[in-house]
Design a protein around this ligand. Structure first.
Ligand code: AMP
Length: 285
């Protein structure tokens, strides 16, 4: 595995690979790697000749009150994990390499952002769309891999590649979980032992919602209430939102049918956790 810190060097390497007709899979991350990230790499390895992973904690997508400085980092460990997982090129640029001067253009995401995290984190998805557009242009991969855990991000990136005609195939990968159901996340290290135990309730409440839907419940309000009750009963964390939308449009779901997203965000003392389920519900029962 080559560790590369500059755009020029990475493009030099990739030019040679592309000349040999190699296909390129790209896995963008913010590092502090866990099995979720490595599962994206596994998919990328299966479907491409070459895999590029980026590790870049993007200041543009963090709000002033958010954890940019405190975001967990461990490059040495990440290099080892990425290498073992089969990454060919690990791109770890500095902030100055990606943003050498104040940007003259930033992207502004118009749809799929007025709900969920986009609503709570103004400007967050503008930052995500801007950095991904830069990374897509630098790498020009055939495929890019994203976790369904960040379902709104995947929906926004889907809009980005469609609307800006970016010739990349997006691949959404199922959420990887701990044994008790907690979605793997770099931010789980912020949880105290007691919070870590409580955090399993996010997935449990989603599975309870799924059960109710499979038993015939079709009213979004009822499902939301059920999830809220479950969360309140089993955790002291502050529930930021429980919402249901059509997916990937993130338009209002008047009833539970077709592809729907049930999404949760809760705040523990130091960690904000998100989780979701995407369900396909046939129109007629
Ligand atoms: P991050 O480093 O948190 O920006 O995540 C980088 C990529 O890994 C994103 O596409 C995430 O959706 C994905 N990812 C993070 N956690 C998981 C997980 N538990 N399962 C699957 N994908 C994940």
């Amino acid at each position: 595995m080559q560790v590369v810190t500059t755009k020029a060097e990475l493009q030099q390497f990739l030019k040679i690979e592309k000349k040999q007709q190699k296909t390129i899979g790209f896995v963008p991350t913010m590092g502090f790697l866990h099995e979720g990230h490595l599962t994206l790499v596994k998919h990328a390895c299966q479907e491409n000749d070459i895999v590029v992973m980026s590790i870049f904690v993007n200041p543009l997508q963090f709000g002033p009150e958010e954890d940019f400085d405190a975001y967990p980092r461990n490059q040495e460990r990440d290099e080892q994990l990425a290498d073992e997982a089969g990454v060919d090129y690990l791109f770890v640029p500095s902030v100055e390499e990606i943003y050498p001067h104040p940007l003259s253009i930033k992207l502004s995401v118009e749809k799929r952002v007025n709900v969920l995290c986009g609503n709570k984190r103004p400007g967050h998805f503008d930052g995500v769309a801007t950095v991904l557009t830069k990374l897509f242009h630098i790498i020009m991969p055939d495929r890019a891999y994203f976790g369904r855990k960040d379902a709104q991000q995947l929906a926004v990136v889907d809009g980005l590649v469609q609307d800006l005609d970016i010739p990349i195939k997006l691949v959404g990968v199922e959420t990887v979980r701990e044994a008790d159901g907690l979605a793997k996340s770099s931010r789980n290290v912020y949880l105290t032992d007691a919070e870590r135990k409580e955090a399993a309730v996010l997935y449990k409440s989603l599975k309870r919602a799924e059960k109710a839907i499979l038993e015939g419940e079709r009213q979004p309000e009822q499902i939301i209430q059920l999830v809220r009750n479950c969360l309140h009963k089993h955790t002291n964390a502050q529930v930021e939102y429980v919402e249901i939308y059509q997916y990937p449009t993130l338009e209002e779901a008047a009833s539970i049918y077709r592809t729907i997203l049930i999404a949760i965000a809760v705040r523990f003392k130091k960690a904000r956790l998100i989780d979701n389920l995407i369900l396909d519900i046939p129109l007629a029962d």
